[in-house]
Write a protein that binds this ligand. Structure first.
Ligand SMILES: NC(=O)c1ccc[n+]([C@@H]2O[C@H](COP(=O)([O-])OP(=O)(O)OC[C@H]3O[C@@H](n4cnc5c(N)ncnc54)[C@H](OP(=O)(O)O)[C@@H]3O)[C@@H](O)[C@H]2O)c1
Length: 219
């Protein structure tokens, strides 16, 4: 699983160990992995060579968790294009590259699952976070298409959407109701175990998804 050194990823790795799984805890700096009972792995989701090496080392994997992500709060027109590309690379192309690398591994091991950590921002697109929103919306579409492509190979794809979570990503944001990442991690792992395609982890996410059927407020 990617981004296992802190935030939601650390909770996911810890709870997987508690559930009895063998866990490859991947991070850009594996020396920052401080969990007992995991195998640290060096992985930058934007670096194809480290992805290939991770798929070689974790050859017994049956579950891939694409958790690593960045949020740069970058608008799409006024913002820096290099930063916009970095968000798309990290939040969409990285998970896709990992899924392409791990699909044959998981298939060879008899099938399994991919879990993509997305966001309420897959569906809610504020201008000031335009590039993050575009990357998560693209990753949502990618998850749906890949789910269909991998189903015949015995691999389920689950996508988790959540609003604000209490991690470094939202540190300093004065928001009262941040979701507890430990609770979100538990919901995510239950969803994967049940083979369900989607989890809406908090009230705001459920409301926003429901609102998609309404006419656009600006039209
Ligand atoms: N926090 C929220 O409110 C919220 C809401 C909805 C969705 N999410 C999503 O939840 C996931 C986890 O976020 P978080 O809240 O736990 O954020 P976080 O505390 O900022 O952690 C982000 C993680 O991603 C890793 N990462 C970033 N770029 C990477 C790269 N190129 N290669 C490998 N790892 C990389 C970071 O590693 P380093 O330590 O090396 O930087 C860190 O482990 C993300 O996909 C995020 O978009 C978060």
């Amino acid at each position: 699983m990617t981004g296992a050194n802190r935030g939601l990823g650390r909770h996911l790795a810890e709870q997987l160990v508690q559930r009895g799984a063998k866990v490859y805890a991947a991070a850009r700096r594996p020396e920052t992995i401080d969990l007992d009972g995991v195998t640290p792995l060096r992985l930058d989701v934007t670096d194809e060579a480290t992805i290939r090496e991770a798929a070689r080392v974790a050859s017994d994997a049956t579950l891939l968790i694409n958790n690593a992500g960045i949020s740069l709060y970058n608008p799409l027109i006024a913002g820096d294009l290099t930063a916009i590309r970095a968000e798309m690379d990290t939040n969409c192309y990285g998970p896709l590259a990992l899924t392409r690398a791990f699909a044959p591994v998981i298939e060879t091991n008899g099938g399994g699952a991919v879990l993509n950590i997305l966001s309420v921002i897959s569906w809610l697109h504020p201008a000031q976070a335009g590039s993050y929103a575009a990357s998560k919306a693209a990753a949502w579409a990618m998850s749906d298409a890949v789910r269909e492509e991998l189903a015949p190979r015995g691999i389920t794809v689950s996508a988790l959407h959540v609003g604000f979570m209490d991690t470094d990503m939202t540190a300093g944001m004065p928001i009262a109701d941040k979701a507890d990442p430990a609770d979100v991690a538990a919901q995510a792992l239950d969803t994967v175990e049940a083979g369900r395609p989607e989890i809406l982890a908090d009230d705001v996410t459920r409301q926003v998804k429901q609102g998609l059927s309404q006419t656009h407020a600006l039209s």
